[in-house]
Design a protein around this ligand. Structure first.
Ligand code: NAI
Length: 327
């Protein structure tokens, strides 16, 4: 467990209370990361945290602040790289009782999580000129495409779109597309399409129903998954999982929200839905169903909702309502 900072400790505390009530017995190993860990241990990611994730092979993570334009590099990106968590999986769907422009959205965003612009290779060539390197590999592109297609087949999804900018990024996005097409050939039961990223943003806002599974490189996936979160009510509602061959880290799509931190305003739904993905990953299906049903009951009744979705409840009050709905 990485509670994180900003709203992290508030939302993780709410989620842990709900997880404990599912009947699954958790033993949490808690670690600080980022600025807080540096103050405590002189390291942004303590060695003991790496060791704990490697040993337990599953982690639940709150958001961690990354300084903008300088300072230490993203803890999130570092953990994804260290454990080769190449698949970022973000299901997007409406919750009952929440009015949004588009009801019944049910999308999966599959984002490559280790390559692209996020390899962190930036340098100043001469003063006033900065070079940033985007890395796309055949191995990385093929394995994320395969993840998307295997997921689609296993879960009855019908359509996958690769989202790209290969008209401009001819080599890098071109390679990504070539790999996706090769994998698509192995899955004739799944309809495969390709859309350019800028058009996709417009299409998603105009008619999200035309998509089923979106397959994207790292940066595009980062941006489009926030857009998709907006379709179903905002960042407080969208869960995420970082999956690799050996380990998995479950975390909310949103960040540390410094504007509302410490005010008991944060919506823990995104982290709770991420924790429900974690329960399913651990094959604790009954516990996952129990928590999910209680969450949906709270939304359907519009009881104790947080401010971001039109309610007045605090983080802990929302958690109390979910616990009450679990019986
Ligand atoms: P953010 O996601 O923290 O906040 C964006 C907006 O959404 C804010 O208005 C915030 O109040 C609202 N919001 C976010 N989560 C919410 C929740 N659970 N309930 C209610 N409202 C919520 O994005 P921002 O401000 O761009 O980033 C803040 C920090 O978080 C940065 O340092 C960034 O690097 C970091 N970050 C960390 C992530 C992670 O740990 N996985 C992911 C994204 C950003």
């Amino acid at each position: 467990m990485i509670p994180g900072d900003g709203i992290g400790p508030e939302v993780t505390q709410a989620v842990v209370r709900i997880l404990d009530a599912t009947g699954v017995k958790f033993e949490w190993e808690r670690y600080a990361a980022g600025a807080e860990a540096f103050e405590l241990h002189g390291e942004y990611i303590p060695a003991a945290l790496y060791e704990s994730i490697a040993r337990n092979r599953v982690a639940l993570k709150g958001p961690v602040t990354t300084p903008i334009g300088g300072g230490f590099k993203s803890i999130n990106v570092a953990l994804r790289k260290k454990f080769d968590l190449y698949a970022n999986f973000r299901p997007i769907r409406n919750l009952p009782g929440l009015e949004t422009k588009w009801p019944g959205v049910n999308l999966i965003v599959v984002r490559e999580n280790t390559e692209g612009e996020y390899v962190g290779l930036e340098h100043e060539v001469v003063p006033g000129v900065v070079e940033s390197i985007k890395v796309v590999s055949e191995k990385g592109s093929t394995r994320i495409a395969r993840f998307a297609f295997e997921y689609a087949r296993k879960h009855g999804r019908k359509k996958i779109h690769s989202i790209h900018k290969a008209n401009i990024m001819k080599l890098s996005d071109g390679l990504f597309l070539r790999c996706a097409r090769q994998v698509a050939d192995e899955f004739p039961d799944i309809v495969y399409g390709e859309h350019i990223i800028d058009n996709t943003c417009m299409q998603l806002v105009m008619n999200p129903y035309q998509y089923d599974v979106l397959l994207l490189e790292n940066l595009y996936g980062d941006i489009v998954s926030d857009l998709c979160a907006g379709l179903v009510g905002g960042l407080g509602l969208a869960p995420g999982a970082n999956l690799g061959a050996d380990c998995a880290i479950f975390e909310a799509v949103h960040g540390s929200a410094p504007d509302i931190a410490g005010k008991d305003f944060a919506n823990p739904t995104s982290l709770l839905l991420s924790a429900i993905l974690m329960l399913r990953h651990l094959d604790e299906q009954a516990a996952a169903d129990k928590a999910e049903k209680a969450l949906e009951t709270v939304y359907a009744g519009r009881k104790a909702l947080t401010r971001d979705v039109g309610g007045t409840a605090g983080t802990s009050q929302f958690a109390d309502a979910v616990l009450a709905a679990m019986g």
